[in-house]
Write a protein that binds this ligand. Structure first.
Ligand SMILES: Cc1cc2nc3c(=O)[nH]c(=O)nc-3n(C[C@H](O)[C@H](O)[C@H](O)COP(=O)(O)O)c2cc1C
Ligand SMILES: CCCCCCC(=O)C(=O)O
Length: 401
């Protein structure tokens, strides 16, 4: 998994590429600014797909809070630190990855681009960054693994009501080279989502995003007829079983006994839950509020991060997502205790516009921004990114010294 090619120049190489193209009158394929990228993606998606991708739970308050939380922290750069050679590599779950960035699990990517998760796997392979594949992927996990080749990949599990299906998903993930199981805890039920309700739209009910289920032998065994012959029955069965709100912390032992793969719990916001996770002998947690899509009014994920990281110390690995848009956001999350971050909607914006090339271009721009901002703050490696790089901004935008 390790990429021994020095990552020290990725930011400058990308800048030079863009500026040289500019000299020849060629603009970048995608907007570089993530806000303008989002607007460009909106132009190419239909209203319902856009509402699903862009929306949050209820009022959207938590989605906005995720971004506001980043603005409450400021970086205080150090000078003359000898930052010519920068190393972005980090260790995650015992493996070295190129940079502390991963593709977050996003279900139903067929509504964003016909090549769906296969295109994302190609982008992950191009950039040598890890992919976390959703259970609710439109394509089977085996097809996605083939498209990614030997790159690092984790499988995100929706732990549903049918144990045979859960066990089958985990076995398939093991067999097709996924190196960790990410259990998403914050989607015991789907939240109240205004935009999808107004559009009367849930992609799954239209059969979208069910490719990974439809290809699952245990899922197929639970049906009277194959999904190809009776898609309605298959869709209704999926809707009845994809999640299991009855699960408790005690159930984790069942999963622990099922697989030797590392287990990472996604959706942790509370330090008590983080301690429970460590006691349950899982390997990692992802501090996340699902990009503001589940609990309307939940705290910003970034506000949860330092408290959660302090609660578990070095016992388990801490990852982060929800609101990452820029290199400086990644630095802030690392400084507050994350080992690596997951990026969600922005790569889907690239995917919507230009398929695999768009997803990889967006992530390359973010990686380049991270590399340059790392150096500019006086850091040569991710280990140099510590909490004293940050100051808390006050309400007026000044900083508390
Ligand atoms: C359209 C969409 C679908 C998602 N599907 C899943 C999923 O299947 N499984 C999961 O664990 N998280 C899912 N998420 C949540 C992401 O993994 C991630 O937590 C979130 O997008 C991060 O926030 P960001 O979009 O602000 O980067 C989804 C998010 C979006 C926007
Ligand atoms: C009814 C299936 C819901 C799957 C959830 C996908 C997801 O995580 C999200 O939309 O957010």
């Amino acid at each position: 998994m390790s990429d021994r090619v020095s990552s020290s120049s990725v930011g400058m190489e990308r800048q030079i590429e863009i500026y040289m193209n500019g000299l020849q009158g060629k603009a970048p394929d995608l907007p570089v600014d993530p806000d303008r990228l989002r607007i460009a993606a909106r132009e190419v998606l239909d209203d319902r797909a856009w509402g699903y991708l862009d929306g949050g739970a209820g009022s959207g308050d938590t989605m906005s809070a995720n971004r506001a939380a980043f603005r409450r922290w400021r970086l205080r750069p150090r000078m003359l630190q000898g930052v010519e050679d920068r190393d972005l590599h980090v260790q995650v779950l015992g493996s070295t990855i190129r940079a502390p960035m991963m593709f977050a699990p996003i279900g139903v990517l067929s509504i964003i681009h016909p090549a769906a998760e296969v295109a994302v796997a190609e982008a992950a392979s191009t950039l040598n960054l890890p992919l976390v594949l959703s259970t609710a992927a439109s394509r089977s996990m085996e097809e996605v693994a083939d498209a990614q080749g030997d790159g690092a990949r984790w499988f995100q599990l929706y732990w549903g009501k049918n144990d045979d299906v859960t066990a089958s998903m985990v076995e398939r993930a093991e067999a097709s080279g996924y190196s960790a199981i990410v259990v998403t805890l914050d989607t015991t039920v789907l939240s109240w989502r205004d935009r999808d309700l107004e559009n009367g739209y849930l992609p799954f009910l239209e059969g979208e995003g069910l490719g990974n289920y439809f290809s699952d032998p245990a899922f197929r065994r639970a049906l009277d007829e194959p999904p190809e012959e009776n898609p309605t029955q298959a869709i209704l069965y999926f809707a009845s079983m994809f999640s299991n709100p009855a699960l408790t912390w005690d159930d984790l032992q069942w999963l622990r006994d099922l697989t030797d793969l590392p287990i990472v719990l996604k959706g942790i916001l509370d330090p008590q839950d983080a301690k429970r996770a460590a006691e349950a002998r899982v390997d990692g947690i992802i501090v996340s509020n699902h990009g503001g899509r589940q609990v309307d009014g939940a705290i910003a994920a970034l506000d949860a991060l330092p408290v959660v990281a302090d609660a578990v110390g070095d016992q388990i690995e801490v990852f982060f997502d929800s609101g990452i848009r820029r290199g400086s956001d990644i630095l802030k999350a690392l400084a507050l205790g994350a080992r690596a971050v997951l990026v969600g909607r922005p790569y889907c914006h690239g995917l919507a516009i230009a398929g695999a090339d768009g997803a990889s271009e967006m992530m390359l721009n973010l990686l380049s921004d991270l590399d340059l901002t790392l150096g500019l703050t006086g850091c040569s490696s991710i280990d140099d990114v510590t909490r004293d790089l940050l100051l808390r901004a006050d309400a007026e935008g000044g900083v508390e010294i």
